[in-house]
Design a protein around this ligand. Structure first.
Ligand SMILES: [Zn+2]
Length: 165
């Protein structure tokens, strides 16, 4: 039970981080239950569920992915909640986030029990920035299978799921 947190910074575009994160979850039994975009399109919040199985203790990951155009850096905060377990069970989500970090080319740090106030402040700042002309997001990711789709599509071309607005 409980929550743990991890914080990462990546010198990568928002689109690339989103793209690679969606592929990662599609390959690691993570179902993206929702994707919420900030009004200025600079922050995406993904909620990912891994159901209880041989591979998972029933983990929910909340990944906040925010792009700061001032330094061309994408910041990610990860909050993990376990539906049961509290000791050894943390090794599973720790391993999953470690693989995600390695695939994205960043340092796979240990998940912590504490929230990083500097990240909360930074995401607030990004949230309040005006929309940026340079940020590319002509695509939309399927919340079910994670495949890229053209923004104008109503349904996913891969699996037929209705795409969000
Ligand atoms: Zn799909």
């Amino acid at each position: 039970m409980g929550h743990k947190f991890g914080y990462y910074s990546l010198e990568m575009s928002l689109e690339e981080v989103l793209n690679r994160t969606h592929s990662f979850w599609a390959n690691n039994s993570g179902k993206i239950n929702s994707q919420i975009k900030s009004p200025n399109s600079l922050i995406y919040t993904l909620i990912i569920q891994r159901d209880i199985s041989m591979m998972s203790y029933g983990e929910t990951y909340t990944m906040k992915i925010g792009y700061n155009p001032d330094n061309a850096t994408t910041y990610v905060s990860v909050e993990v909640a376990l539906s049961f377990g509290y000791g050894m069970q943390w090794l599973k989500p720790q391993g999953v986030i470690k693989r995600w970090a390695l695939e994205l080319g960043t340092n796979p740090m240990k998940l912590e029990r504490t929230i990083a106030p500097n990240y909360i402040k930074m995401f607030d700042e990004i949230q309040n920035m005006p929309p940026q002309a340079g940020v590319q997001e002509p695509i939309i990711y399927c919340p079910s299978c994670g495949k890229k789709n053209n923004r104008n599509n109503t349904f996913c071309q891969e699996c037929g799921t209705k795409l969000p607005e």
